[in-house]
Ligand binder design. Structure first.
Ligand SMILES: [Cu+2]
Length: 156
């Protein structure tokens, strides 16, 4: 009986790995948080969401260790970049949806000191098909090479 069970699980693992390679599984990757250089200002979050076998909707992104997190989109209006709050985001089957600078992004207020010190933030992406995907976002602190590419506009 025990032997049969382990064969069964090995089979499952193989199926799972195979479907990953074909790109038809809903998953989230490349999740990063860029800490705001200004204390009290919101930080921004970026990610890549890979669509599964059917269209789904991303209904929220949450984290226990933050005060508030919202989904935003930067849009241009009369030549001015403006941020809009998004209630949900369609993730088409088999397509990638990116949260990236200048486009869709997460706006995060009040990240806990413990997460900042540790350099990761646990987030949960919730979808319309009841999938909840937990990820550990990498927190990029001020002064890391990635942040240096943008010149600080407000010297302290
Ligand atoms: Cu925003």
């Amino acid at each position: 009986m025990k032997k049969q069970l382990s064969i069964f699980f090995a089979g499952l693992a193989a199926i799972f790995l195979t479907s990953c390679g074909q790109g038809d599984v809903l998953y989230v990757s490349d999740v990063v948080v860029n800490l705001s250089p200004v204390d009290g200002n919101p930080s921004s979050g970026y990610a890549r969401i890979h669509g599964g076998t059917e269209d789904v909707t991303l209904i929220s992104v949450t984290a226990d260790d933050v005060m508030r997190m919202e989904m935003h989109e930067t849009v241009e209006e009369d030549g001015m970049a403006k941020m809009q709050h998004m209630e949900k985001v369609l993730i088409p089957a088999g397509k990638d949806v990116k949260f990236e600078p200048g486009g869709k992004h997460l706006m995060i207020w009040g990240i806990g000191g413990g997460s900042v010190a540790q350099g990761t933030l646990k987030m949960i992406f919730m979808f319309s098909n009841d999938d909840r995907i937990q990820v550990n976002a990498v927190i990029n602190k001020v002064g890391t090479p990635a942040a240096d590419t943008k010149k600080a506009d407000k010297p302290e």
